[in-house]
Design a protein around this ligand. Sequence first.
Ligand SMILES: [Zn+2]
Length: 500
Amino acid sequence: MAWKFVVGGISHETNSFSPIETRLAHFKERGYLCGEGLLNGFAGTKTPMGGFIDFARETSSKLIPTVSASAVPSGLVTKEAYLQLKKELLDGIEKAGKIDGVLLALHGAMVAQGFPDVEGDILSSVRQIVGPKVVVVSPLDFHATVTDLMVEEADGLFGYNTYPHVDGYERALEAGRFAVKMLRKEISPTSVVVRPPLSPGVVPARTGWGPIKELMDQAFELEKQPGVINVSVYGGFVYSDVYDAGMALLVTTDGDSRRARDLAQTMAEKAWRLRHSFVTDMKKPMDAVKYALRQTRGPIVLADVADNTGGGASGDGTELLRALMEQKAQEAVVVTIPDKEAVERAFSLGVGGKFDGMLGGKFDDLHGDPVHVKGTVKILSDGIFVHKGPMSTGIKSSMGRAAVIRCGGIEIIVNERRFQPIDPEAARSLGIDPASKKIVVVKSSVHYRASYEPIAREIIEVDGPGLSSPNLSRFEFKNIRRPIFPIDDDSQIGDPFPRV
Ligand SMILES: [Zn+2]
């Protein structure tokens, strides 16, 4: 039987501490597709939408596209932008008539003005339209804030198993296949979420290493048990600063809610026991550059983990560039510094022109001051490239117009748009191969690892200023429930799971 599904998604990872308001224009600039354009734009990509499209093909289902909108992580989404996108999604669902299911690609950590739980609001609004019998599912980002409302309103939520996120496509396939099983009445799922008082920074919560790896491995083991449909481990996104932000363990079983609760509780207790292993060993910018210069061979990747646009930081932080310049680094590249003004100037100078101006540190005063750069414009580009690494594979991205400015032994990529340069293709599209450099500065917390680990001789995480810093003492939290580790310490929290 051919099923009929509506497909759509609104996605944003909101950093409440960022002063950059997220408006409709930011969604339109980064990724806004509707109608047939949505299906054409994502066909063949390894993304959640690409997963839904392939799922529909494999089951001969009909997909009715609505809207897909995502913006680069930044501050609160304006109420106007959120309500507009929600309206487009809900109108599309209403217009679709009789349907069997709704396939959503939500992020999970979106916060809009007046809407601390956007995904809960979207799911309950969708449910109100379609009623209890239509299946509603969504994959969720590993950084989702999973609320009770979301779990209540959706039939199934499927957290990414990876950070760097390389399985959004697979989780969408899983969600689609789950929906079909429900429609065939082969399963009768029930889900329970448990949130331990734990909300680590993003850097130590990557999935290939340490405590999250241990939790993921256990989740995979549990998923092999009969009757267990899905066990998702969420690292959460502490910078969202909403009441429920932080880790969440979500278990879906086939009709056994008590078992779902027991398993989620067991996983939450394990996460709590592992809390002290969410640690990051970081070097200050000056020390990181000094260390890299002492090495005989590269590339030494200096990850500016606190200035990750993917975590809502501005991306135009300057502390590592300043350290490279002061220590007269050679064979170094900075990927990237978004600075429209500098790009404009580079384009007006042309290739070979002498650049003399202030660079970076312009979005806010949280990521270092502008740096005076004197150099030569080497390359100018439209800034368009295709992701070839394991993340966002096949997606065409634009960093806005871009220029390479050479300043002594340092090449600096400046570009117009805030974006996370997770893929070396961004630099390669400008004629720079990071694999051939001694020092590579990358503005990313964890995602760069998927493409940079295979080419890096060594990776150093740098403790610079910025809104994605794992050093949580740099932030003043207002809304997250307290006490919570590591913002509060053990003595303030006590034992959250007392044995009775
Ligand atoms: Zn994420």
